[in-house]
Unconditional design. Structure first.
Length: 257
């Protein structure tokens, strides 16, 4: 049997990614991350002032959809976000900043943030993986990721990529950053709300080894929403993060036996 080695495209992409990520982290990256995690005392923050019961009902509906009818999850999340925002007396488009339009600026900021975040996320992923292996805890990839790695035709890949790059970033940002995070800011400090919403985001993926890295990603996404007053940059960052993960997996996956 011929030993498998990383394909040349994967090595080239990996080298470019590592060099770019290191450059963005060392030259302005730490200041960028600090601004996303440290709230300014007099800086306005999104707030959703509604009672606890409506939020619990909305979260329960999402949980039921995830358990019983996963295809309905994106639409339900959008509906829950709109209803809860409207109940608070606010307009969803205004609260979520979807009315503003700076596509190139938002894309540039999101790309720079994604590259800055690459090494911290990678470090936490390796640390979590090592922890699981050291304690002999059950370590299995997410089922969706396994199906993605095994897919070899466009009919299977396109639905997965559409969900990962477009649908998931939109509905997850609308609920976790655009609805849950503002609701938490009305009850906790901004920093606490940022990390609590991030922990919920990490936990909902139901995968222990990626809980800590995804929590850091969630906190960063909340910081982007807070500092930019719009979900557009956080949606773009979320999509770019997923796209980068998909590219790495597609380029480096071994051939099927």
């Amino acid at each position: 049997m011929t030993p498998w080695s990383l394909p040349i495209p994967a090595l080239i992409y990996g080298a470019i990614l590592l060099a770019s990520a290191l450059a963005f982290l060392l030259f302005g990256g730490f200041a960028r991350l600090r601004s996303l995690f440290q709230s300014q005392p007099h800086s306005p923050s999104p707030s959703l002032n509604i009672a606890t019961l409506p939020m619990l009902i909305g979260a329960s509906l999402l949980g039921l959809c995830a358990w019983l009818a996963t295809p309905l999850l994106p639409g339900t999340a959008l509906a829950v976000g709109i209803v809860l925002t409207t109940l608070s007396g606010q307009k969803p488009l205004i609260l979520w900043g979807l009315h503003r339009s700076h596509p190139l600026r938002d894309l540039g900021f999101s790309l720079a943030t994604m590259l800055t975040l690459f090494f911290p996320i990678l470090f936490l992923l390796l640390l979590s993986t090592g922890f699981y292996l050291a304690l002999h805890l059950p370590f299995e990839p997410q089922p969706a990721m396994t199906r993605f790695l095994e897919a070899r035709d466009a009919k299977t890949l396109l639905p997965f990529l559409t969900y990962a790059l477009i649908i998931a970033p939109i509905w997850e940002e609308i609920f976790f950053r655009g609805t849950l995070f503002p609701w938490l800011t009305s009850r906790f400090s901004i920093t606490q709300a940022q990390w609590l919403s991030a922990l919920a985001f990490g936990a909902v993926h139901l995968h222990g080894p990626t809980l800590i890295p995804l929590t850091l990603l969630g906190a960063t996404l909340a910081g982007v929403y807070r500092t930019k007053n719009s979900l557009v940059p956080s949606i773009l960052l979320h999509s770019l993060f997923n796209a980068n993960t998909c590219i790495l997996l597609l380029l480096s996956r071994p051939p099927l036996p």
